[in-house]
Structures are given as C-alpha cells and as structure tokens.
Design a protein around this ligand. Structure first.
Ligand code: C2E
Ligand code: CA
Ligand code: CA
Ligand code: CA
Length: 280
C-alpha cells in the first residue's frame, strides 16, 4: 500500500508522456495531411426556403486518411486549433471552397449568384493578416467578395473582442459577409449582435430540433423576428423533417440547411444538386 502511491504516480507520468507523444505524432500527421492533399471539402446546400433554390453551399472539411478513412472535423479541428495547424488548414479550405464556387458560377449562367460559406475558428481570426490573406485568395480564385460568407461562433467574444471586431471590420470592408454560427448556444449573444458587424444569423440545430415543442417554437420564432428587425438574414440549420421545414416557412425564415435537403457531399455530387444542364 505504501508503494502504490508512487506506482500510481509513475504510471501517471508514463501515460502523460505517452499522451504528449501521441499528440505530437497526431500534430505531425495532421500537418502532413494538409501538405499532402489528404483533406477534402464537402459541400452542404443552403436553400432559399421560399423558392427551394440553392443559394449557397457551406464548405465542411474532412480528412481522407489513407487507413482510417474519412475523419470528421470534430476529431481533428480542436487539435488543429491548439497546435496552430488551423492556419494552413483554414487557408487551404478557403482557397479550395472559393475556387470551387467560382468554377460553379462559370459553369452555369444560372449560378452566377451562388455563394460559399466557410467556417472560421476563433483562432484563425486572431492570426495576423487574415483580411489580407482572404483578399489574396479572392483575387487568386476570381470569386467576388460578396459571394463569400465567413461563419464565426460566439467563442470569438472570449479572447479579445475588440481585436476580433477590428478584423471583422477589415473583412467587411473587402465586401465579405459575416455569419454568426450556432446562434443561441454561446454566451452574450445580445452583446454580440450589437457590437459585431454581422450579416447573417444561423440558428443552431438544437433549437430546430426543439421546434415541435411550444417553447422551442417560440425561441425560433423570436430569433427569426429579431433577425428581421436587425435587417439580418437568417438561416436555420439541421432541418431534418418536413414538419420543421413547413414551420420555418410559416415563420418566414429566409434560408435553410439540413439532412432533409441534403447532407454535406463531395463536389461532384453537389454539382448534380445544382442540376447543371450537362448533368440533366
Ligand atoms: P457547423 O459549422 O455547425 O456545421 C454543421 C454541422 O452539422 C456539420 O457537421 C454538418 O454535417 C452537420 N449537419 C448538417 N445538417 C445536419 C442535420 O440535419 N442534422 C444533423 N444532426 N447534423 C447536420 P460536420 O461537417 O461534422 O462539422 C462539424 C463542425 O466542424 C462544424 O460545425 C464546424 O464547427 C467544424 N468545421 C467543419 N469544417 C470546418 C472548417 O473548414 N474550419 C473550421 N474552423 N471548422 C470546421
Ligand atoms: Ca458552420
Ligand atoms: Ca452551425
Ligand atoms: Ca455546430
């Protein structure tokens, strides 16, 4: 019994080292993955709920690992954020998504106004020169700024909100749109609304799932009305049932996204959702 404390300690030390090593290995693997073309962008349509037309795609990254298969972002984005790999990774996603959106615009005259939404982590917003980098990507890919929307979460409030606001203002002055993702789940949402230069609110799917209950319905109703009074566009995410869809149409929510419409898909499949003349 006297030794057990020491043993436990040794074991703990060992596992801490193992964890640290594993993390370093994971980080190196992640860096290599970005550099060696193992990342993929999937696209999920965002439709106008009135016309059912696709107006935007949200770009969602996946890691096509040679042996593990398709790794979802929640398995590696947090590590990418902690290690700084999010810099090159986020850059790659944005360039790829902008390039793809521009290619779709060019492929069909009906898609001239198609937009792309790209997720931006709080950490990326803190990296120096973000607006410059975005401007660079836009000019490289030929996408106009007003067809790019950057989705941020309320976690950007947690670091240095003044610095975040300055960066967002730089992005806005390029003509890029800003959306607040997962609206309602973070903290100080109201402060966010009054201080940040935003264009769009995305209602978190948690509330959409709760819409069948009167309280859930009331909350979504209130967020849609709030968006309208603030002249913001509003997107409902995580629409899974016809019932949710018709309730949102009743509330006059502008845009919708979710498995009922389509899951995120590879670029080739997204193309058939756009129903290009060539694809029938
Ligand atoms: P998010 O930005 O809130 O993206 C929406 C997530 O909900 C996506 O998960 C999407 O596949 C999923 N989803 C869409 N419709 C439905 C639905 O009807 N029901 C349900 N249950 N889920 C739905 P995904 O692709 O696994 O991405 C998870 C999160 O990873 C994203 O959440 C985003 O925070 C982050 N992420 C993804 N790609 C990127 C990226 O390129 N950069 C950064 N910084 N974060 C990313
Ligand atoms: Ca998002
Ligand atoms: Ca979201
Ligand atoms: Ca989310």
């Amino acid at each position: 019994a006297k030794n057990s404390g020491k043993d436990t300690h040794a074991l703990f030390e060992h596992s801490m080292n193992a964890q640290a090593t594993e993390r370093l290995e994971m980080e190196a693997m992640l860096r290599r993955a970005v550099a060696s073309d193992q990342m993929r962008v999937y696209y999920q349509p965002i439709i106008d709920l009135e016309t059912k037309q696709i107006r935007k795609f949200e770009a969602l990254v996946r890691w096509q690992h040679p042996t593990l298969g398709l790794v979802p972002p929640l398995k590696f984005i947090p590590l990418a954020e902690e290690t700084g790999v999010i810099g090159p990774l986020g850059d790659w996603v944005m360039r790829e998504a902008c390039r793809q959106c521009r290619a779709w615009q060019i492929a069909s005259p009906e898609q001239e106004e198609l937009s792309i939404a790209v997720n931006l982590s709080a950490r990326q917003l803190q990296l120096p020169g973000l607006a410059h980098q975005v401007a660079q990507i836009l000019s490289e890919t030929g996408l106009s700024a007003n067809h790019l929307e950057l989705e941020i979460t309320e976690s950007v409030m947690m670091g240095d909100p003044d610095a975040a606001i300055r960066t967002l203002q730089e992005l806005k002055s390029l003509g890029v749109h800003i959306a607040v993702d997962d609206f309602g789940t973070g903290y100080s949402s109201m402060q966010y609304l009054s201080r940040f230069p935003i264009d769009t609110l995305k209602i978190d799917r948690y509330f959409i799932q709760k819409m069948v209950e009167p309280e859930g319905f009331a909350i979504v109703h209130a967020i849609v009305d709030l968006s309208k009074s603030l002249h913001l566009r509003v997107v409902s995410e995580g629409i899974e049932t016809e019932e949710q869809l018709s309730m949102l149409q009743l509330l006059d929510c502008n845009f919708g996204q979710g498995y009922l419409i389509s899951a995120p898909v590879p670029a080739a499949n997204a193309e058939s959702l756009l129903a290009f003349p060539s694809s029938g």
